[in-house]
Write a protein that binds this ligand. Structure first.
Ligand code: UT7
Length: 330
């Protein structure tokens, strides 16, 4: 039995953003929209998207290298790599590409798909391996390249999303700095937000067909997802605080999935949490799906906002529909 104890801590973070900035002005040249509409409805000013020179794995490797550097670890120190993504470079999974790119030769690597909740789900999954002592060090990467799957003629969705990847290194230790977590799925509302495979039946031979289609661009019922987020995110944060025997004033920071500034403001209002405690970079990066929480986390850490010992509530929400929250001590 390992003597390190049955807790865990985040010991490093890093991010990688895509190579091309796309401003609201750029978008107004693509679809009928305006900087005024996008900023007032979402708080977004720009986002970054991948050119053909970059992909999910290259972003994941860069974010992972930065997180490892902060943690003062080598790639060979990792036991496990979890990639939370809905836009792998390869449908067989992209975690292995990140493992190869980093040279993390000892690490097992696998993908999980939970859309914009993916990073928080990944954190809670990683914790299970660390708490049981199966693994000592895990790299969790949250990344998405939704620019590949957006319908660039649909102004209701194409203005929202950006590409990026964020990573954290988690290490087993005696004290448990993941104080509580909660996760939910409501599959009855699955049709609100999809990047769905559309099968086309093709005859193979007499009496046999195959369904070879392709994924269709993102579709979203924005108003429904907005209502869902504003109702469920405060609720899950209250539940996770209750589990950790804490109350909202105990929190130093709240990091929500960066989908919309109005959602973050509404969640803060409902919980009575002052806006200064709610970390936001949606104006700069847009909605980067599984990358949005680690992007905001890493930025706040590097700016010196988040300090050792701070209590942070993390909450992701999105397609599934899924929503997940964790309370972490930095
Ligand atoms: O990461 C996954 C989770 N996703 C989310 O959390 C997204 C949640 N939803 C939202 O953030 C918001 O619903 C949106 C930002 C997507 C939309 O904001 P909204 O205030 O709910 O706008 P709306 O959909 O009610 O549309 C209002 C109007 C419509 O015109 P009419 O029907 O009132 O004439 C839209 O056609 O705004 C129009 N519109 C636009 N106008 C200019 C929609 N998109 C645009 C646009 N530019 N890009």
């Amino acid at each position: 039995m390992n003597t390190l104890g049955s807790g865990l801590k985040i010991i490093g973070s890093g991010t990688a953003i895509a190579d091309q900035s796309l401003t609201n002005q750029d978008l107004s040249n693509i679809v009928e929209t305006s900087d005024e509409w996008i900023q007032s409805r979402t708080g977004m000013r720009q986002r970054y998207i991948c050119s053909a020179h970059e992909n999910l794995a290259s972003l994941g490797v860069k974010a992972g290298q930065k997180a490892l550097a902060m943690a003062r670890l080598q790639p060979e120190d990792l036991d496990l790599i979890i990639l939370a993504t809905s836009t792998p470079d390869d449908l067989f999974g992209s975690a292995a590409q990140i493992q190869g790119g980093l040279g993390a030769s000892r690490a097992f690597a696998f993908d999980i798909t939970a859309a914009c909740s993916g990073f928080v789900v990944g954190l809670n999954v990683a914790a299970q391996f660390l708490r049981t002592g199966v693994y000592q060090r895990v790299l969790l990467v949250g990344g998405d390249v939704l620019s590949r799957w957006v319908d660039w003629s649909d102004r209701t969705t194409c203005v929202l999303f950006g590409d990026g990847a964020g990573a954290v290194v988690l290490q087993r230790q005696a004290q448990d700095n993941l104080l509580a977590f909660e996760m939910y799925t409501d599959g009855s509302s699955n049709g609100c937000l999809n990047l769905a495979y559309q099968a086309v039946s093709q005859r193979l031979t007499a009496g046999k067909t195959v369904a070879q289609g392709t994924y269709q661009p993102i579709t979203m019922n924005g108003r429904e997802v907005y209502r869902f987020a504003v109702a469920k995110v405060p609720e899950i944060i209250e539940k996770v605080l209750f589990k950790a025997q804490l109350t909202t004033p105990d929190l130093d920071w709240v990091i929500l999935h960066q989908a919309n500034q109005r959602i973050m403001d509404a969640v803060g209002d409902r919980l009575g949490i002052p806006s200064e405690k709610i970390i936001s970079n949606v104006g700069q990066y847009g909605n980067t799906s599984a990358a949005s929480i680690p992007l905001a986390l890493d930025q706040a850490v590097r700016e010196g906002k988040i300090k050792e010992g701070d209590l942070i509530a993390l909450a992701g929400f999105g397609a599934g529909l899924t929503w997940a929250a964790s309370i972490v001590r930095w």
